[in-house]
Design a binder for this molecule. Structure first.
Ligand code: ADP
Length: 232
């Protein structure tokens, strides 16, 4: 699903964010990417999303070499992954429903499909009752679930949660992790990026630890078999 083959990233100005990183995240895995601030976690995400290009080495997502991918192919790549950003990135002037519907409209999905899909993804995240609320009428945890609903809207094979505990209470982070586990249990690959050791330790999942741009630990407790195609 995600392969890094001796990847280095040096930003203009000479900052080395990743050094010779090799790793393999298989389809259906649930992985924590753990590291202190400045370790290279955001750079790792940006390379997967092709927001940045590797300086050397190769990055593959779903068998596609991102280092060679053409710009016009990038939107299709991103449609296969759902990202839940730390700051949720909801549009304040739109209701929760509209925020999720908007993500479908921009990809020209017919209104009829939107009208059936949006309530479905809200039911998956347990927020059906609050679809008509605006973001500022929702708690942090609820906003995060709207962001997760939006991330699920295109039936992605991969969900990435960037610092999911950053803007919510500890109890809510546990809820979020349970939701992500449920999503993972239907075969969707989940990558959680965090600086919180406790969070990563709490669950018996694979933990890839990055420090100063290098992988310094990989618990490799991932499942052996790959999970079949997902119908979500
Ligand atoms: P993390 O997300 O773990 O905090 P980052 O990937 O943001 O780490 O950063 C890793 C290193 O790369 C840091 O030293 C940071 O200063 C540097 N860096 C990140 N983005 C840029 C950029 N756009 N230009 C220059 N240096 C950067």
């Amino acid at each position: 699903m995600i392969v890094f083959d001796r990847v280095s990233k040096v930003y203009p100005g000479g900052n080395t964010a990743l050094k010779n990183v090799s790793l393999h995240i298989k389809k259906g895995e649930f992985v924590f990417v753990l590291g202190h601030s400045g370790a290279g976690k955001s750079t790792f995400l940006k390379l997967i999303l092709r927001e940045e290009k590797a300086t050397s080495g190769r990055v593959y997502v779903n068998g596609k070499d991102l280092t060679r991918m053409k710009e016009r192919e990038v939107p299709y790549l991103r449609r296969n992954m759902g990202v839940v950003f730390q700051d949720f990135r909801l549009i304040p002037s739109m209701t929760a429903y509209e925020n999720v519907a908007f993500a479908m409209r921009v990809t020209n999905i017919p209104e009829k499909k939107i009208a059936s899909r949006v309530p479905y993804v809200f039911s998956l995240v347990g927020l059906s009752e609050k679809m008509d609320k605006y973001p500022d009428e929702l708690s942090g945890g609820e906003q995060q679930r709207v962001a997760l609903a939006r991330a699920l809207v295109h039936s992605p094979q991969l969900i990435i949660a960037d610092e999911p505990t950053g803007n919510i209470d500890p109890e809510l982070s546990l809820e979020m992790m349970e939701l992500l586990s449920a999503i993972n249990s239907v075969g969707i690959t989940v990558v959680v990026v965090t600086h919180e050791h406790e969070l990563a330790r709490h669950f018996s999942k694979r933990v890839i630890t990055i420090d100063h741009g290098s992988v310094i630990g990989d618990s490799q407790t991932h499942r052996e078999e790959e999970v079949g195609e997902v119908i979500l």
